[in-house]
Design a binder for this molecule. Structure first.
Ligand code: PLP
Length: 374
């Protein structure tokens, strides 16, 4: 079946108890079992598994073409579980512009977990090869990246990882399964912050790991999630499940809007450059054309005049809201260096746009008036 069909239909079986077409939300924390503790209905306790989460996980696995998926309380919780499942002594090679939360995790927590981490520009495959160590167990890529929209070659990275007996994990939050299929390109695991496009309405937090193979790792990750309690509420699982139904439509519109905004502002005299993989001058453009179905809904603007000019532009927008996060129906603007804090490598003149589902003409008009005074 085609992706659009899987997105609408997976995990959407009619409720056998009532015939309900929309899935029920089971809030029960505990499930009847036999006197000696054997599960009667597939679930025992909410922290281990629950019916709403199980529906969502079946859908997530089907959508990304993996054998299994796990849902967590947040994208960071999902990533933390995966990193904690690595054997002590392992080395993790991160992309240099990995999501700042994971960079802080690498700096502050990985050493305590007995792991080492280094970062490399993953657009440079020679540099990636040179950064490998005998104990490298994982390459952690993110594409397109946050906030510079760097695009890395997943097939080539999977090849490099596998030759060394390491795995490739891909944070595919910006692309979603609609625009990019990391498992088809050789990745072993995909991470999504469901807080972004999957939820899609800025009202739910969650994170997903999708595994190419069910294997022992699935059991280990489930065990880790149970023991650390990094589970989402059934209501949050349900909201993400609902978001998946319209994901293809929304992401296509987000991407079309972002392309329109990027093209309209490219070359604007108040801007040094527009970072968007859909623009022919973007260094990852050709690769993105091969690797993605469209270029995503995030655009970053490098404003002439540095930090002060960028903040002035952000203060003049009327339609865009100054707020962090992305992937909701409403357009957001953010000065990333201010919001990322200590681990930030975002340029001081950079404004990140999450292009929402408003008409792109209105968004372009708003940005033009905000840039006009510069
Ligand atoms: C937001 C985000 C995360 C973290 O997800 P949370 O749900 O906020 O924990 C990870 N990676 C990327 C690319 C993100 O944008």
């Amino acid at each position: 079946m085609k992706l659009e069909t899987i997105l609408v239909r997976s995990g959407s079986e009619v409720d056998p108890a009532t015939g309900a077409v929309a899935p029920p939300i089971h809030l029960s924390t505990t499930f009847e079992h036999t006197p000696d503790g054997q599960s009667l209905h597939g679930h025992v306790y909410i922290r281990e598994s629950n019916p709403t989460q199980a529906r969502l996980e079946a859908a997530l696995a089907a959508i990304d073409g993996g054998e299994a998926a796990l849902f967590f309380a947040s994208g960071l919780a999902a990533g933390a579980a995966y990193l904690q499942a690595l054997a002590a002594g392992s080395h993790v090679l991160f992309a240099d512009d990995t999501y700042h939360g994971f960079r802080e995790m690498a700096r502050d927590l990985l050493p305590r977990w007995g792991l080492t981490a280094t970062a490399v520009d993953m657009t440079d495959l020679e540099a990636v090869r040179a950064a490998l160590r005998p104990e490298t167990r994982l390459l952690w890529a993110e594409t397109p990246s946050n906030p510079l929209l760097k695009v890395v070659d997943l097939q080539a990275l999977a090849d490099i990882a596998h030759r060394r007996g390491a795995s490739l994990a891909v944070d595919s939050t910006f692309a979603t399964p609609v625009l990019q299929r990391p498992l088809d390109l050789g990745a072993d695991i995909v991470l999504h912050s469901a807080t972004k496009y999957m939820g899609g309405h800025s009202d739910v937090q969650g994170g997903a790991l999708v595994l190419r193979q069910r294997g022992a790792l699935h059991g280990e990750l489930t065990h880790l999630r149970t023991l650390t309690g990094a589970v989402a509420s059934p209501f949050n699982a349900w909201l993400v499940l609902r978001g998946l139904r319209s994901l293809a439509c929304r992401v296509e519109r987000h991407a079309a809007g972002a392309l329109a905004v990027a093209e309209a502002l490219d070359g604007h005299p108040a801007l040094e450059t527009v970072h968007y993989p859909g623009l022919p001058h973007h260094p990852g453009h050709d690769l993105a054309r091969r690797q993605m179905r469209a270029f995503g809904g995030v655009v970053s603007l490098a404003v002439r005049g540095g930090r002060a000019a960028a903040l002035a532009v952000a203060s003049r927008v009327r339609l865009f809201t100054n707020a962090t996060s992305l992937g909701g129906v409403e357009s957001l603007i953010e000065h990333r260096a201010s919001s990322e804090g200590t681990a930030s490598t975002a340029p001081e003149n950079l404004l990140r746009l999450s292009v929402g589902l408003e008409h792109p003409d209105d968004l372009v008009a708003d940005l033009r008036q905000a840039l006009a005074a510069e």
